[in-house]
Design a protein around this ligand. Structure first.
Ligand SMILES: CC(C)(COP(=O)(O)OP(=O)(O)OC[C@H]1O[C@@H](n2cnc3c(N)ncnc32)[C@H](O)[C@@H]1OP(=O)(O)O)[C@@H](O)C(=O)NCCC(=O)NCCS
Length: 147
């Protein structure tokens, strides 16, 4: 990727369908995809190539979520850039959930994996459900926090 080929910007209403399509393509949580919370990266032709959001939960927590990079555009630092930009504008503490193998990646931004006793009710519920239904063939869902 040449940096000048990619534009990073807050999403607009007309990006909503492309955000949903990218999130579905990479098979992450397709719920709560309000475009107004998203930061997106688009290629020169306008194609949406990466996205991410800061998602508020009813219990008052904030989550770095929906980090997705189109398969054709991976391994070029796009996720890192989307995350850095979202973190720059977000309050703390900030939570996230990820497959355990991605922990080292998020640790580079200062996120720390939480022990079960540190989880809020929302993240306790999500971790329990994910580990029951999504990780039956190995791995687990980690909850991390940046203070
Ligand atoms: C995970 C994902 C967002 C990474 O996007 P990317 O643009 O390729 O990532 P970057 O090029 O910015 O690389 C970031 C780092 O993540 C690491 N990484 C990427 N995928 C990884 C994986 N599956 N397991 C472990 N590390 C991984 C890279 O090695 C890189 O490490 P570095 O900082 O030491 O160079 C992308 O593969 C994706 O969209 N996956 C499907 C959706 C998903 O899992 N999202 C995350 C939900 S928590």
């Amino acid at each position: 990727m040449k940096p000048e080929q990619i534009t990073f910007r807050p999403a607009a209403a007309q990006d909503a369908a492309a955000i949903k399509a990218l999130v579905r393509l990479v098979r992450i949580n397709p719920m709560a995809l309000d475009w107004s919370r998203f930061l997106i990266a688009s290629a020169a032709e306008g194609q949406l190539v990466a996205c991410g959001q800061i998602k508020p939960h009813g219990e008052g927590t904030l989550e770095l979520a929906s980090i997705a990079v189109h398969p054709d555009w991976r391994g070029q630092g796009l996720a890192r850039e989307v995350i850095a930009r979202l973190l720059a504008g977000a309050a703390r503490p900030l939570y996230l959930t990820c497959r355990s193998e991605l922990e080292p990646f998020y640790a580079k931004f200062g996120f720390r994996r939480l022990a079960a006793r540190e989880l809020t009710p929302y993240f306790r519920r999500i971790q329990k459900l994910a580990n029951l239904f999504m990780f039956r063939e190995g791995g687990s869902l980690s909850v991390m926090r940046l203070d």
